[in-house]
Design a protein around this ligand. Structure first.
Ligand SMILES: Nc1ncnc2c1ncn2[C@@H]1O[C@H](COP(=O)(O)OP(=O)(O)OP(=O)(O)O)[C@@H](O)[C@H]1O
Ligand SMILES: [Mg+2]
Length: 369
């Protein structure tokens, strides 16, 4: 207990309030109190040292932990309307190439019900969990963001590392706090990227803390599933669907494969990536590039174009006279040969043999076209 002469009495009182708020899931208030406690401790300790005193043992470590916790709370729970987040404006569903089936499913299962909740009640109630799975770099994260933007929902993005804590019981509290914020700001999307690392199969050897976080997440997802009226959607993205816990798979009621882009998808991507450049590509050459990129993911196609765009710069630099500077307006246009060179540098990042796993998993669990 704090004695009247305890120089840290104020800090301890703030910490008590913080823990109380944290337990009840009032995250913003908890963060405020933790910050106040941390700040007071460091000020008082500094003052004591200046006067030759010694702060109580352990108090500064506690202060540092309060600061950590406040930061963690703020990071996980920062709700932001999509339009306020930088980079989100460019993230429109229409700008994502290909992925027709996925877009259709998301439109029907998420966007429409969010915008027009009156129609989607009872049997028509939308799924509360949607899983996007597929090879890396195929636009899963992009899609999730675009969906929350189109649905005009609050977007809460969380990662497994933000929810796992070295303190016993902390992770579960964060999960509860996360969902309580999501309900308060509904309609909202709780997006768990790389969901496999948070909700992998529960195993005998795993530590207790991570098992409890999983359980709490499942309980909260169920709360979301049964709660009428509060429109909270949990959206997960993963490239390891086979590692997900069965109970998790069940709670993601719609599971959509996000495959490698087909020729049409790669063509659209190529066109939009080179749109801002001066090019001398004929239609035929563009189609040849598209067929040479079979097996490339969306992010591979992007890297390829970035590498190809260096080609004209290299050529222009090679022909500079000593002391002369490169002039942007004098760059030669982007040509097919630049792409051919880039194809040697930028190789596909998804091993073909890994594709079978996604196909098998999709056959068993996913929405069919
Ligand atoms: N269908 C697409 N349309 C347009 N750009 C795409 C598409 N797919 C991928 N890209 C490009 O690739 C980048 C990476 O995409 P994103 O981060 O969404 O992949 P991901 O599927 O989430 O990958 P990971 O599984 O590794 O997290 C995007 O920023 C974008 O530039
Ligand atoms: Mg991703």
């Amino acid at each position: 207990m704090a004695s009247p002469h305890d120089p840290f009495a104020d800090a301890r009182a703030s910490a008590q309030l913080a823990v109380a708020a944290d337990t009840e899931g009032r995250a913003a208030s908890a963060a405020d109190h933790y910050e106040r406690a941390a700040l007071t401790i460091s000020k008082v300790a500094q003052r004591m040292r200046a006067h030759g005193g010694v702060p109580a043992p352990g108090i500064e470590t506690a202060g540092a932990q309060y600061a950590d916790r406040a930061r963690a709370l703020r990071a996980t729970l920062k709700p932001a309307k999509p339009a306020e987040q930088p980079g989100f404006l460019s993230c429109e569903l229409a700008k994502i190439a290909g992925l027709g089936l996925a877009k259709r499913v998301l439109e029907e299962a998420v966007i429409e019900p969010f915008l027009n909740p009156g129609v989607y009640t009872g049997l028509r109630a939308p799924p509360r969990g949607v899983l996007l799975f597929g090879p890396p770099g195929t636009g899963k994260t992009l899609l999730a963001r675009a969906v929350s933007r189109e649905a005009k929902a609050c977007f809460l993005s969380v990662s497994a590392s933000a929810l796992t804590s070295k303190w016993v019981g902390e992770g579960e509290k964060m999960v509860r706090a996360l969902f309580s914020v999501a309900r308060r700001y509904a309609p909202s999307v709780v997006f768990v990227d790389e969901v496999d690392s948070l909700l992998s199969k529960r195993s005998a050897g795993e530590n207790d803390a991570s098992r409890r976080i999983k359980t709490e997440f499942l309980v909260q997802m169920d709360g979301v599933t049964t709660g009428e009226g509060d429109r909270v959607l949990v959206m997960g993205a993963t490239n390891r669907p086979d590692e997900l816990d069965d109970a998790v798979i069940r709670r993601f009621q719609r599971r959509v494969l996000i495959p490698l882009p087909d020729a049409a998808g790669r063509k659209t991507m190529l066109a939009s990536l080179v749109a801002g450049e001066v090019t001398a590509l004929t239609k035929a050459e563009a189609s040849q590039i598209v067929s040479m990129t079979k097996g490339y993911s969306g992010s591979d196609v992007r890297s390829l174009c970035e590498e190809a765009a260096q080609g004209p710069v290299r050529e222009a630099r090679a022909s500079l006279r000593p002391g002369e500077r490169l002039d942007a307006s004098a760059l030669p246009p982007l040509r097919k040969r630049h792409f051919v060179e880039a194809l040697r540098v930028v190789r596909p990042s998804v091993p073909p043999e890994s594709l079978a796993m996604y196909e098998d998993w999709a056959r068993a669990y996913a929405v069919r076209s």
